[in-house]
Design a protein around this ligand. Structure first.
Ligand code: DUC
Ligand code: ZN
Ligand code: ZN
Length: 483
């Protein structure tokens, strides 16, 4: 009888802390042994000479999320998780969006229906809280946190999503009392509205004006305000999709004041610039890169790289928000001549996130292999309450593993990707690394260039209370929490 369902031989493993060589023994989807010379498995995979790393966890992606502007997300849980698996991601965190007026519970139930039977890798939900009524804050949110929905996103912009300042403070207080992690989309809605109105009045409607309507100060101001509210309420928060210098400075400022402010960045802020939105007014293809905050410039790309290297950022996510370029429900759902403010925000990136960071971070020597693992898997699991089940290579952890090919000479081509979007914003960017095999709970879902997953095999994950969301201990007295 075999001890193991699978053994990965001669794996050059890296975790967020260590590098070691081992055979990996897998039984019932779990890593049950790490060592040299393990007994035979029913199936054997030889990884000699190759990195074997924890499967990626994408802590920020949007799949089959309802929209309010006539557009429709191109990826559902089937195509989105398939694409993720083919790019070395084994767990995703999409968002269960509460529409204003809707109960959080019904948003969650609806989102489960969208995922069931479709996901080929594991998934957990962040919530998006848009309507923090007394019932939501007092009853629904605490109950959902107890049930394993322990992180939620709030927006400071977008008319149908944004919270007023007092609402933000109230939501943060509920997070503190219940131990949840709040993710903040930090952009100042009024500044954007004012700038947009002026640009449109001047006839500046082309996609490239999206970047002018959302300059860095808009992000800087909102990041500062969110940090101040987190300080007031005394709760850690995570600022998502940080795009460049000004928001990075806010995060650094918070750190220098002893505040627990976490930050995420994404491939678009390393590989795209505002020029990708179009240099001239007739470049409608710029719509392909409309996302918020917008990509900045090369100097800001460098600031973001520096932040990844120096620890400003804990997590690296895709913010996959998939809209086709062509077609009636895509980027031009509002018409072929839609002004920039009526083009859905978001770009695809689930499948390319890991390879882009490995190729341009690890293979260039900017990031250590351990930093790569931390940013793409371990820290994400910690931040959102899945560690140690996910995010590392350890006995007892799920066998979510990626065997990497490196030293490649290839370019990203949309034709090679597995999402349902008709473009990638990263077309033509060279990558020297790509997953050879992806295993989710011991099952191969991507093997040597072919999808090998099974729709519906992905499991829903209930999350623990994240340790990083725990407020720092404070001396008794003198705080709103000490009475
Ligand atoms: N910005 C977001 O905040 N979410 C989805 C996509 C985007 O560009
Ligand atoms: Zn956002
Ligand atoms: Zn997003």
């Amino acid at each position: 009888m075999n001890d193991f369902d699978k053994v990965i031989r001669h794996a050059r493993c890296a975790t967020a802390a260590d590098v070691f060589e081992a055979d990996i023994g897998i039984r019932d989807g779990i890593i049950v042994a790490l060592g040299k010379g393990l007994a035979a498995g029913r199936e054997e995979i030889d990884a000699a000479g190759r990195w074997v790393l924890p499967g990626g966890i994408d802590g920020h992606c949007h799949l089959d999320q309802p929209t309010s502007d006539g557009s429709r997300m191109a990826d559902d849980f089937l195509t989105g998780t398939r694409s993720a698996a083919c790019g070395g991601t084994t767990t995703v965190f999409p968002f269960a969006l509460q529409k204003k007026g809707q109960s959080l519970r019904s948003a969650v139930d609806d989102y489960h229906r969208r995922a069931e039977g479709k996901a080929c890798i594991d998934y957990a939900f962040h919530l998006i809280v848009t309507d923090p009524s007394p019932e939501v804050l007092g009853v629904e949110l605490p109950a959902l946190i107890r049930e394993g929905y322990t992180s939620f996103k709030i927006y400071m912009t977008y008319d149908d999503l944004k919270l007023a300042d007092r609402e933000i403070i109230d939501v943060l207080a509920v997070a503190r009392e219940n131990g949840a992690m709040v993710m903040v989309h930090a952009e100042n809605a009024d500044c954007i509205a004012w700038l947009t109105e002026r640009l449109l009045a001047q006839g500046h409607t082309a996609p490239r004006y999206h970047a002018e309507a959302r300059p860095m100060l808009v992000e800087r101001e909102a990041a500062h305000r969110a940090i101040a509210y987190a300080e007031l309420v005394d709760v850690p928060i995570l600022i998502v999709h940080v795009s460049g210098r000004e928001a990075v400075e806010q995060v650094r400022w918070a750190h220098s004041h002893g505040l627990r402010i976490y930050a995420e960045t994404c491939p678009q802020y390393l590989f795209l610039t505002a020029d990708d939105l179009g240099i001239t007014d007739d470049e409608t293809h710029g719509a392909k890169c409309i996302c918020s905050p917008p990509p900045r410039d090369r100097a800001n790309q460098q600031v973001v790289w520096d932040g990844l290297e120096s620890g400003v950022f804990q997590v690296f996510s895709s913010d996959h928000a998939p809209f086709t370029f062509a077609g009636p429900e895509g980027k031009f759902a509002a018409g072929n001549d839609a002004s920039f403010d009526r083009i859905p925000n978001g770009i695809p990136g689930l499948e390319t996130r890991m390879a882009l960071l490995f190729s341009h971070g690890v293979e260039t020597g900017r990031l250590s292999i351990q930093q790569f693992v931390a940013l793409t898997a371990t820290n994400v699991a910690r931040m959102y309450g899945l560690y140690p089940r996910k995010g590392s290579i350890a006995v007892g952890a799920d066998a979510d593993l990626v065997i990497w090919d490196t030293g490649l000479d290839r370019k990203i081509r949309n034709n090679d990707l597995h999402h349902a979007v008709d473009y990638t914003p990263y077309e033509g960017i060279p990558v020297s690394a790509w997953p050879a095999n992806t295993l989710c709970r011991g099952e191969v879902v991507w093997r040597d260039g072919a999808y090998a997953g099974v729709a519906g095999r992905g499991q829903f994950l209930r999350c623990d209370l994240p340790e990083p969301a725990r407020p720092k201990p404070r001396p008794a007295g003198g705080s709103p929490w000490s009475t």
